[in-house]
Design a protein around this ligand. Structure first.
Ligand code: DSN
Length: 454
């Protein structure tokens, strides 16, 4: 008989920590347990979410959280950072290697703050930026009036053409007219590949910088399935918790332009300006546990198996889109190149919010989303957005997507809408859907998790 290997310090710490939480705070630990079980029992199809590996999740809970470490590896303002420096340097090195970047800053707490860092590195209040309209599939931080990006800066928005495709000609014309100092590309609800080179050509013509926010497609970029903006954009930002399956946070990368002199900061390169804007301009000490989780996420993305995960993400979303089309739904742009599928549910007389809530009641988690030229407000919407990051981690197969759409169609076909936010689903359809979701979740468990009890 082989002796069980002795537990490492980390394993004993993690086990004791969970035990202690359960003892000292049963109220909170019960809620956390419910959330753990919820995730195992639902189909997570919110396009901006994913299912991180436990090896990333545990990094978020580790002792680097206790270390205050302002500054950068080798140049800290606090003592006690020997291992912290190793962790951060590992995250930087892995990020640069995976994306072919010359520079990476892994300290931003979110992708939104990473975008703000780039904006405040390239623009002064009142300067003009050009970004994709939120309603067309952009992001709040790309110039929406609801965010600092649209309030501090003069934000001009480009959108979609009559085929619901990104309107590069409009972006070009607006750039010529408004002479922005920064052009932002990257989307949150656009299912098609983005032509980074075209944005760079537009920017070069008007003397603008390009920020590529790859938050939604970072994993596909890392795997070479979506083209990379690293050497087209001056700056590339992403969050690390969607398609990179790592810590919750953001990062900033620069490719070939890293050592270009900054337009408005004599004597400084673009990389130096970004370093300074992250710390000390916007942040003090970063969350070093999240940085450890980012390093682990990059370990996963850099591993041999990741390309297959990324390929599966797209195979599943294309199967999902095709199944919706087969059922007579209008899929925006008719299909997808990435993990996103946007479906017009108003065509079936259902608001996005009612579809979202009815599906969640049955264990399918999607989100309401405005569709191009939507007449409904963001709290109601005419569409739903679905994504396949979480399904790929369950190793679902394209044929499972046909099942998913069968279930979704059954629920939506038995939804009685009494108001924009009021609905009722026939009890028989709801029961059928719940049973089918339970079957799929059992058939395709989140593989790296232990089975869920109770
Ligand atoms: N950008 C938001 C989304 O796409 O849902 C949140 O990350």
């Amino acid at each position: 008989m082989t002796e069980p290997s002795p537990k490492s310090n980390l394993a004993r710490f993690a086990e004791a920590a969970v035990h202690q939480l359960e003892q000292v705070d049963p109220e909170l630990s019960a809620i956390l347990d419910n959330e753990y079980r919820r995730q195992a029992k639902v189909l997570t199809m919110v396009a901006s979410s994913s299912i991180a590996d436990p090896s990333s999740l545990i990094c978020e809970a580790m002792t680097p959280m206790n270390v205050t470490a302002e500054g950068y590896p080798g140049r800290r303002f606090h003592a006690g950072c020997r291992h912290i420096d190793e962790i951060e340097q590992l995250a930087i090195d892995r990020t640069k290697a995976i994306f072919g970047a010359q520079f990476a800053n892994v300290q931003p707490m979110t992708a939104s703050s990473a975008n703000e860092v780039v904006m405040f590195s390239t623009l002064k209040p009142g300067d003009t930026l050009l970004g994709m309209d939120l309603d067309s599939g952009g992001h709040l931080t790309h110039g929406s009036k609801a965010s600092i990006s649209g309030q501090v800066f003069n934000a001009v928005g480009y959108g979609l053409d009559s085929n619901e495709r990104l309107d590069y000609d409009q972006a070009h014309a607006l750039a010529r007219e408004h002479k922005p100092k920064l052009i932002i590309c990257g989307t949150t609800a656009y299912a098609r590949e983005i032509d980074w080179a075209r944005f760079r050509a537009i920017a070069d013509e008007v003397g603008a910088y390009v920020l590529a926010d790859i938050t939604h497609v970072a994993g596909l970029v890392a795997a070479g399935i979506h083209s990379s903006p690293i050497d087209h954009a001056h700056f590339t930002t992403t969050c690390t918790h969607k398609q990179l399956f790592g810590g919750r946070g953001g990062l900033i990368m620069i490719g070939k332009d890293h050592d270009q002199p900054a337009h408005d900061e004599p004597g400084k390169t673009l990389a130096q300006v970004i370093q300074n804007r992250v710390f000390p301009y916007f942040q003090g000490a970063p969350n070093q546990s999240s940085i450890a989780a980012k390093a682990r996420g990059m370990g996963f993305v850099g591993s041999d198996g990741f390309k297959a995960v990324a390929r599966r993400i797209v195979d599943l979303s294309q199967a999902l889109a095709a199944a919706f089309v087969d059922k007579g739904y209008r899929v925006i742009t008719g299909g997808t190149d990435n993990h996103i599928v946007v479906v017009d549910v108003m065509q079936k007389g259902i608001t996005g919010v009612n579809a979202e809530k009815a599906l969640e009641d049955c264990g399918i988690v999607v989100n309401k989303n405005r569709i191009p030229f939507d007449q409904k407000p963001p709290s109601v919407t005419s569409g739903i957005r679905l994504g396949t990051n979480g399904l790929a981690i369950r190793e679902m197969e394209p044929e499972d997507m046909v099942e998913c759409v069968e279930v979704i169609h059954d629920v939506l076909s038995h939804l009685e809408q009494s108001g924009e936010k009021e609905y009722r689903v026939d009890a028989g359809a709801a029961a059928r859907a719940e049973a089918e979701v339970a079957r799929l979740c059992a058939l395709r468990p989140i593989r790296t998790y232990p089975p869920v009890q109770g």
